[in-house]
Write a new protein. Structure first.
Length: 65
């Protein structure tokens, strides 16, 4: 699906979104509430979940992981 933007009006909106993290119609509290509900429904409390952030080269951090 191709999208186009009006460079005059939309670039400032895109820049604001990148800088602030805000998106029109996106509600962080609602998103996190849904994530918490799904985690309970899926019994994630019974799993070990590891968030490994290797930045640039994922394979360089395998030893640390």
């Amino acid at each position: 699906m191709a999208t186009t933007i009006d460079r005059v009006t939309d670039l400032s909106d895109i820049a604001r979104t990148v800088v602030t993290g805000e998106r029109a119609g996106y509600n962080t509290s609602e998103h996190l509430a849904h994530a918490a509900r799904q985690a309970r429904e899926r019994n994630y409390q019974d799993l070990l979940i590891v968030d490994a952030d290797a930045h640039h080269y994922e394979t360089e951090s395998w030893g640390d992981i």
